[in-house]
Every structure is written in structure tokens, then in C-alpha cells.
Design a protein around this ligand. Structure first.
Ligand code: BES
Ligand code: MN
Ligand code: ZN
Length: 497
């Protein structure tokens, strides 16, 4: 999307679609009030009738009489009470604008930033991000019938800001566009079916990113994994004909010798559960089991485009988890790269196995901090639903950083406790640990398993309930959400200063 910042009075905006945020209650934005004068009080009148209350999610299109204003259409978008407007509400308004634009077949729109307590930079970023996210569709594998018009997506967004605010608005719009596209990039990977987005496909995607931004990419295949002693990752890959890949991208934007931030993402391209097979109903959703890895790749695209001045390393262990004559079996014991032995009591707890070898690999970078993201447990979905990812780790300050970054991006995460006693659940009678602690506190037991493989500041995001969904949010569509791409970028930016 081409995002630019313009200045001027709203009545004079020449555009197919002028988007005007409307507050709930009596407050009226001064710029919107001036526009309403030119419209002969049309906005005040739809509000007086109660046709538009300004509640979040409300949207109404007005067709101004010729010559009243320069815009062809005016889209009123509710953003809730004037004193309660947040970046997230503006992000959603941006999403609503993009979706309405597509419905109206308008490829260009002009968005009037309201005057609120959200800074101009943050507001422009949120609107741009929301519009880029809201304009996303995944139709590439559908044929368009000849008698159907080709869909139109918003391609050109103009954000209206005051003259004095232009620099801040432009910077915000630039970042919002980059971050939104990074999340869409991750959504695209997530939405691809398992027969397309294979481990090798993720690896070549990583290579493309590396080439575009001058990052070093290292791809390990089975032989190299063997040499690294990655018995846990290799155990998961045993049941599949599709070869596993271990993907590493290094962005060196910081000083030489500066400890890197490391992002790790589960890249399980299809999870059938293995011999501990999953039920058939809904199993197709397990193509989304690589969304943590996709978010890491999306975040690296943003890191490259933003030219982040920090060292950032991405690690994506990638495999399928299928069934076969050579597949790992319940009771099997494997040695992970760290040297620890793992009893596999449930082959469906495979994500933690591939992450174990990835987290151990991170140690060689002497990381400042490591954050992993994984669609790791159904238990996390039970605990938090689809409204927040779970966050846990060995460093309370890092967990709090992520929680705050989550609040700022709308990709929220909420801490789960890591009391020592939970560790008991993964004690094994036959090996150093076992890969499942049963049903109680399933998300935390998984976190404790990962913790066995780290000795650096680390946090884990369980995104099982947030990485994909029904697309009810204004800036989302059904399928992959891109979560936690934006949270990753926000956290990296907060660290990069
Ligand atoms: N990929 C699944 C977790 C998952 C479940 C993600 C639902 C998204 C939605 C993971 O590999 C898994 O199967 N976890 C098991 C662990 C159990 C066997 C200890 C689970 O949650 O049931
Ligand atoms: Mn599984
Ligand atoms: Zn899985």
C-alpha cells in the first residue's frame, strides 16, 4: 500500500473515500465539525437520528451532494468515546476503512486523523498499520469466475495531519506500513497449505529475506542436524518424507560484539500429532502450526526494512509431524543437542522437541535475550482463549517488557506463573525429562520443558489461541493473524532504542 501524509481542510480533499472518525457521545472532532458545515450538517443529523452512535465498529457511508465537498463519499467510522481513544481503536478504524474501501471498490482513501490523546505519530502508525492489515486477503489459490468483477483492494492511503504534525505523521505512517506488511507476510505463510509451505519452502523464504537485506542465512538439512546432535528435531521429522530444515538469519545492525536479540519460532508445517494422532475434525487447522516461525520471518522483513540498529538473530526449526513406519513412538527416548535425554510420552507434544534444539542453538550467539513463539498447546487456548497469547520465562523484567509491548500493539500477552513445582510434571522415570506433563497446566508444563534448554534471559509466547482465528477483528480476516509479528517488532524496537 502506498501510504502518504497530506494536509488541508477535509472539505477540500479530492478522494473517492474520505474516512472520518466519529466519537461516541457529544464530543466532535474540530476538523470533522468543519467538514460537517460544508455537508450542511449531514453528520450531525445522522447522529441525531441515532443512525450512527460512534461506537467502535460503527460504519456509515454518506454520499455528499455534488459540489458540497470534493470527496466522492464520506465514510464515518466510530472510534468510541473521545477520551478513551487508543492506538488499538485507531488501528481497528484503519482496518474498517480498508474493508469498506474494498466493498465500495475504492482503491484510494483519505483518512482524517482525529485529535485525541494518542500522539500524532502513534495515531498515523496505527491507522496505516490497521489499513494495511485490513486490506489483506488470501485469494491466490481461488479462481475468479469470469462473470465476477475482479476484487479491488485499498492500494493508496492518504493520512490527513496538520502542517506542524507532518514529520511525526510521516514517520508513523512509514513504520505502520512496514509493520503491517510484515504481519501480512507472516499471514501469507501461515495461510499457505501444508503441501505448499513445507520446511524447504520456509527455508527458501528465509534465503530471499537474507538476500534482500544483506542478512546472513544458514540452512541446516538432516546431515548438518545430525552433526549438531539435534536428536529432538530429528525425532519429530522421522515420520515424514518431507525433509526438516533448521533456519537461521542474522541481521547485524548493531555494534560488533553487541549481544544479539534472538527470535525463535516454531515452524511445524503440519502437525498430524504423529503416532499419538489428532482427531480428524479440524485437523486441517494444523497447517497453522508454523505461525510462530512465520512471525519470526515477518519480523525479520520489518527489521530489514526499518534498518534496525541492533543485532537480531532469527531461528526457525521446521518439520512436519506425521505418521509412518519410522516415526517416533511413545516411549522412545532421544538425546537433544544439549545432551539431555527426552522420553517422548506423546508424539503430539512435538513443538517443544523442535524448540529444544533451537533454544540450545541460540546459546552460541551469547544472546542479550531470547524470545520464542509457538502454537504450542491447546491448554493455552483453554486458559486465555483468543484474546491474548501466554507469556512465561525465566526473567520477570523481560516478561513485563513483552506484556507492555503487547498492549501497545494490540497483540496482547498475559503472564502464566512458572512455579518450581510445575517442573515435577515433566520428570521422567527413564530419561532426563519427558515431553508431556499431562493435562494440568499444560501451557506451563510446556514452558518448563523449554526452560530446561535455556541458560540466558528467555521468554516464551504460546500463540496457539492467537496465531489464527475467525477474523472478527476489524483489521483481520479468517485464518492466520500474523501474531506475534508486530509484537516481535515492537519489542525489538523497544530494545534498539
Ligand atoms: N500444535 C499443537 C498445539 C495446538 C493446539 C495449537 C490447538 C493450536 C491449536 C501442539 O503440537 C500439540 O499438539 N500440543 C498438545 C500437547 C499435549 C500432547 C501435551 C496439546 O496441546 O494437546
Ligand atoms: Mn502436536
Ligand atoms: Zn504442534
Amino acid at each position: 500500500m502506498n501510504v502518504t501524509v497530506v494536509s488541508g481542510d477535509l472539505a477540500g480533499m479530492e478522494t473517492p473515500l474520505l474516512v472520518v472518525p466519529v466519537f461516541e457521545g457529544d464530543a466532535v472532532d474540530p476538523a470533522a465539525a468543519a467538514l460537517d458545515q460544508a455537508l450542511g450538517g449531514a453528520i450531525a443529523s445522522v447522529r441525531a437520528r441515532g443512525d450512527l452512535r460512534g461506537k467502535e465498529g460503527d460504519a456509515l457511508v454518506l454520499y455528499p451532494p455534488a459540489d458540497a465537498v470534493k470527496a466522492e463519499r464520506v465514510l464515518l467510522v466510530g472510534v468510541g468515546k473521545a477520551d478513551a481513544v487508543t492506538a488499538e481503536k485507531l488501528r481497528r478504524a484503519g482496518g474498517t476503512a480498508a474493508k469498506q474501501a474494498s466493498k465500495l471498490r475504492a482503491s484510494s482513501a483519505t483518512f482524517a486523523l482525529p485529535d485525541t490523546s494518542v500522539s500524532i505519530g502513534d495515531a498515523a502508525r496505527a491507522v496505516a498499520e490497521g489499513a494495511v492489515l485490513g486490506a489483506y486477503t488470501f485469494g491466490e489459490l481461488k479462481s475468479t469466475p469470469a462473470d465476477q468483477p475482479t476484487p479491488v483492494a485499498l492500494a493508496d492511503l492518504r493520512i490527513v495531519a496538520g502542517d506542524g504534525d507532518r514529520a511525526a505523521a510521516e514517520e508513523g505512517a512509514r513504520v505502520g506500513d512496514i509493520v503491517g506488511r510484515a504481519a501480512n507476510f507472516a499471514r501469507n505463510l501461515g495461510n499457505q497449505p501444508g503441501n505448499v509451505a513445507t520446511p524447504s519452502y520456509l527455508a527458501s523464504t528465509a534465503e530471499e529475506i537474507g538476500e534482500r537485506f544483506g542478512m546472513t542465512v544458514t540452512i541446516l538439512g538432516p546431515a548438518e542436524m545430525e552433526a549438531e546432535g539435534m536428536g529432538a528435531l530429528l525425532a519429530v521429522a522421522r515420520g515424514s518424507d518431507e525433509e526438516p530444515r533448521f533456519i537461521v538469519i542474522e541481521h547485524r545492525g548493531g555494534a560488533e560484539g553487541e549481544k544479539p536479540l534472538v527470535l525463535v519460532g516454531k515452524g511445524l508445517t503440519f502437525d498430524a500429532g504423529g503416532i499419538s494422532i489428532k482427531p480428524a475434525a479440524g485437523m486441517e487447522e494444523m497447517k497453522f502450526d508454523m505461525c510462530g516461525g512465520a512471525a519470526v520471518l515477518g519480523a525479520m522483513q520489518a527489521v530489514g526494512e526499518l534498518g534496525v540498529k541492533a543485532n537480531v538473530v532469527a531461528i526457525v526449526p521446521s518439520s512436519e509431524n506425521l505418521l509412518g513406519g519410522r516415526a517416533m513412538k511413545p516411549g522412545d527416548i532421544f538425546r537433544a543437542a544439549s545432551g539431555k535425554t527426552i522420553e517422548v510420552v506423546n508424539t503430539d507434544a512435538e513443538g517443544r522437541l523442535i524448540l529444544a534444539d533451537a533454544l540450545h542453538y541460540a546459546k552460541r550467539f551469547d544472546p542479550a535475550a531470547v524470545v520464542d513463539a509457538a502454537t504450542l498447546t491447546g491448554a493455552c487456548v483453554v486458559a486465555l482463549g483468543h484474546q491474548a497469547s501466554a507469556v512465561m520465562g525465566n526473567d520477570d523484567a523481560l516478561v513485563e517488557e513483552l506484556r507492555r509491548a503487547g498492549d501497545r500493539t494490540g497483540e496482547r500477552c498475559w503472564p502464566l506463573p512458572m512455579y518450581d513445582e510445575y517442573r515435577e510434571q515433566i520428570r521422567s522415570d527413564y530419561a532426563d525429562i519427558k515431553n508431556s506433563g499431562g493435562r494440568p497446566a499444560g501451557a506451563i508444563a510446556a514452558g518448563w520443558f523449554l526452560r530446561e534448554f535455556v541458560d540466558f534471559p528467555w521468554a516464551h509466547l504460546d500463540v496457539a489461541g492467537t496465531a489464527y482465528g475467525d477474523g472478527k477483528l476489524a483489521y483481520l480476516t479468517k485464518g492466520s493473524t500474523g501474531t506475534p509479528t508486530r509484537l516481535f517488532v515492537e519489542w525489538v524496537l523497544s530494545r534498539a532504542g
